[in-house]
Design a protein around this ligand. Structure first.
Ligand code: CTP
Ligand code: MG
Length: 394
């Protein structure tokens, strides 16, 4: 099979986002959960979009995945199947117009840490004649068979490797392997192409391609992806602060720190008036030196009437991600005579952590009264202060 000349390799990507993430149990499928301010799916998608040789990307996912990613001319979507294999097959169907000579990368969106470097290694391997190429990493731990609760014999780890995605194939070979497969549900495509009689070449994988399988993998992946960023350049720490006040009025729902609290009064304002989230949004924008909430969401704009304030926080988090920054820590102080914040503190921290795509330990919520003094003391309003610490590329 002739290799496409290097100047014209139209590479297709099948980006899998059809799973339900049962083992991670995050409340949303893994592709939708926020990682460092961006949906997990968006990380690998944006990495592929930026690779010039990638001409078409088929996201295999349900309607909801459409909301997770920005529109792009390279982008197509198709519905998933009941298994990973069936989802890849759905992606292949969507690529029916491409010739067998095209190249295809199959990737799990649950591995957000795609870089052009690993894609380059795969493409080089196909360019030098391979039918299929996969990224692998060595096994560091000693491996043993298990014998009930006891250890059995050790397995020579030098003979083993950990297999990642993206996996690269000549499209014709992947199509034929899928058509011929009669085995049990496979966990990747390379084993199908091997079963069809082809050699699968190995390239060096990347620790940052760690798969999000269990909830605790999120923190591991963030750390591994950041470690890669550190190597790409110097970073600096930036701090921002935010302050906001809203008036209390009788008979309105009270939203505070992303949580609805049963109370006689609620805050008045154009959006849901969540004073804590507004201060937090301003703190993040402040650390970015990127204006303030009023500039990005003018109160004069009817679009924000009654808007849930987590949209403002998510917007700020996306601005951080767009700058290749990370949110290191946020600290919010609510200044109110009533209601008591203590019983809601952990729910607020959890809500804010989810909005920002950070861990609970990176979010602090505190509260104070003003000893009956001033407008807060007279229960006319609630104030909030926030600070945000970011790490940004220099
Ligand atoms: N996948 C898919 N279609 C399916 C099943 C899985 O596109 N029917 C995708 C997942 O979205 C994921 C990749 O295949 O990106 C690897 O699968 P896995 O890690 O098993 O993800 P989930 O199936 O979502 O997780 P779980 O098995 O824990 O439910
Ligand atoms: Mg699965």
């Amino acid at each position: 099979m002739a290799s496409p000349p290097p100047s014209r390799p139209i590479i297709a990507v099948i980006l899998l986002a059809g799973g339900s993430g049962e083992r991670a149990a995050l409340g949303v499928p893994k592709q939708a959960t926020l990682l460092m301010g961006k949906p997990v799916l968006a990380w690998s998608l944006e990495a592929f979009v930026q690779i010039d040789a990638v001409g078409v990307i088929v996201v295999v996912g349900d309607d909801a995945t459409q909301q997770l990613v920005a529109d792009h001319p390279k982008l197509h979507r198709t519905s998933p199947g009941p298994t990973r294999r069936a989802s890849v097959a759905a992606g292949l169907d969507r690529l029916a117009a491409l010739s067998d000579d095209s190249w295809v990368l199959v990737h799990d969106s649950a591995r957000p840490g795609v870089t052009p470097v690993v894609v380059g290694r795969l493409v080089d391997s196909l360019n030098s004649g391979a039918i299929a190429a996969i990224p692998v990493l060595p096994v560091a731990d000693t491996l043993v068979r298990i014998d009930g609760a006891r250890s059995g014999d050790a397995i020579g780890r030098s003979l083993l490797a950990r297999v990642q995605t993206p996996q690269a194939f000549r499209l014709g070979a992947l199509r034929a392997a899928h058509a011929a497969w009669a085995g049990a549900e496979p966990t990747d495509d390379a084993q199908m192409v091997r079963a069809a009689g082809h050699d699968v070449a190995l390239v060096v994988g990347d620790a940052a391609l760690h798969k999000l399988t269990w909830a605790e993998d999120k923190a591991v992946i963030a750390a591994l992806m950041n470690a890669g960023n550190e190597q790409m350049g110097d970073r600096r720490t930036a701090t921002g602060q935010g302050y906001d006040v809203h008036r209390l009025v009788a008979g309105k729902p009270l939203w505070l720190g992303g949580v609805e609290i049963a109370h006689s009064h609620g805050l008045s304002g154009h959006s849901d008036a969540d004073v804590a989230l507004h201060a937090l949004t301003d703190a993040i924008l402040g650390a970015l030196a990127d204006g303030d909430i009023g500039e990005h969401f003018p109160p004069s704009d009817a679009a924000w009437r009654g808007a849930a304030s987590h949209r403002f926080v998510r917007f700020a988090a996306e601005r951080v991600a767009a700058r290749r920054g990370q949110i290191e820590h946020v600290d919010v102080t609510i200044i109110a005579e009533a209601p008591k914040v203590g019983p809601h503190r952990d729910a607020m921290r959890a809500a804010i952590a989810e909005m920002l795509g950070v861990e609970l330990v990176q979010v602090s919520v505190k509260a104070t009264t003003t000893e009956g003094l001033g407008f807060v003391g007279r229960r006319e309003g609630i104030a909030a202060m926030a600070s945000a610490t970011l790490s940004l590329p220099r």
